[in-house]
Design a protein around this ligand. Structure first.
Ligand code: FAD
Ligand code: EPU
Length: 278
């Protein structure tokens, strides 16, 4: 186990966020130790906006035993494994079920927590069983016990996903790759710059990106953060953005549209006004 003070900007895809004490755990004994004081769990940091002042709680990262998996995808898979790695392996093995997650840069645990996915498929649909550490012990759950919905799950309070078993169907490799290509085509309009994916959840039967676009907000820039010109629901870091810049853009959008933030916000943030450049 490693314990170090690190800037969370280095561990999140948006590339912002101050320091925290990061506990990279490798064994169940590490997990038991790390959870003896208030903590947060970090996956691949691809759905997080972390305050410039960082967070006071321990930040637990899954390494070692929690990042292991069998190459046939049949057994338990560590929650610290990256979903894109599993998706590539599943295509090679001729196994279908993860294609809807193409382009989602999550760890397995983060994808379970957020029920990540697209209209082509979600994490919940590819799960057979989920192992969760909670109150000092691991317990196994079936997906139906975890309250999955759109970008939502109901894990036990403070629960850490440690391993999962996947539920994949045999399908010819070309057919799996064909499904991946369909999802890839649907993602073509998304920006390549640093982001945390969509900032807001879609309202029922509509697209937050389309609504933001319709209000003429694309290109709105605060400091070094901008509402993407390519897709209205992406806020991008142009290089050197602060969490305050990004949060101020969130508030700017919410001043005109009643949208719910999809990201998880860590630490204290206050939106400053009057810094906008269009
Ligand atoms: P983090 O961002 O690190 O954490 C997210 C939440 O999960 C936090 O609450 C964290 O505490 C919790 N968590 C992480 N690991 C565990 C664990 N082991 N046990 C318990 N809780 C845990 N999302 C989509 O749904 N669809 C998309 O199409 C999509 N596209 C994206 C494209 C880009 C370019 C980017 C940067 C992001 C995109 N996202 C998308 C958002 C993001 O990838 C997902 O929300 C993903 O599920 C986050 O996983 P993570 O491992 O990065 O988790
Ligand atoms: N649109 C616009 N302007 C924009 C953006 C979108 O007019 O700036 C229009 C598009 O032309 C399209 C419609 O809105 O007609 C829907 O857009 P898109 O197909 O891009 O889908 P989305 O609803 O905006 C959702 C997910 C994405 C996921 C894509 C995959 C949410 C909040 N967003 O986006 O998920 O990658 O579908 O197709 O559910 C994420 O959750 O982080 C994420 C990126």
């Amino acid at each position: 186990m490693k314990v170090e003070r690190l800037p969370l900007a280095k561990l999140t895809t948006l590339g912002v966020g101050g320091e925290a004490e990061v506990w990279t755990i490798e064994t169940p004994a590490d997990l038991a130790r790390a959870t003896q004081a208030p903590y947060r769990v970090l996956g691949n940091g691809s759905n997080l906006l972390v305050a410039d002042s960082g967070v006071s709680e321990r930040v637990i990262r899954l390494g070692g035993e929690f990042a292991l998996w069998d190459s046939d995808l049949g057994g338990w898979i560590g929650a610290g494994v990256l979903v894109p790695t599993l998706l590539q392996a599943s295509a090679r093995l001729g196994l279908s079920g993860l294609e809807g997650l193409h382009g989602v840069p999550a760890q397995v645990g983060g994808a379970v927590k957020m029920n990540a996915g697209t209209r082509f498929g979600e994490m919940a649909g590819a799960l057979k069983a989920v192992e969760i550490f909670h109150n000092g012990a691991v317990q196994h759950y079936s997906p139906s016990e975890l309250g999955f919905g759109y970008r939502h799950s109901q894990l036990p309070e403070g629960g850490i996903v440690t391993r999962v078993k996947l539920d994949l169907e045999p399908l010819a490799e070309e057919a799996v790759r064909g499904k991946i290509a369909l999802v890839d085509a649907a993602r073509k309009g998304q920006p390549k710059r640093k982001s945390a994916g969509c900032a807001f959840k879609n309202p029922a039967h509509d697209s937050a990106g389309r609504l933001i676009d319709q209000k003429g907000l694309k290109g709105t820039t605060i400091g070094k953060a901008m509402i993407s010109l390519e897709h209205g629901n992406f806020i991008v870091n142009l290089g050197g953005a602060t969490a305050e810049d990004i949060y101020a853009l969130i508030k700017r959008v919410q001043a005109v549209l009643p949208l719910e933030v999809e990201w998880e916000i860590w630490g204290r943030l206050e939106a400053k006004v009057g810094q906008e450049v269009i």
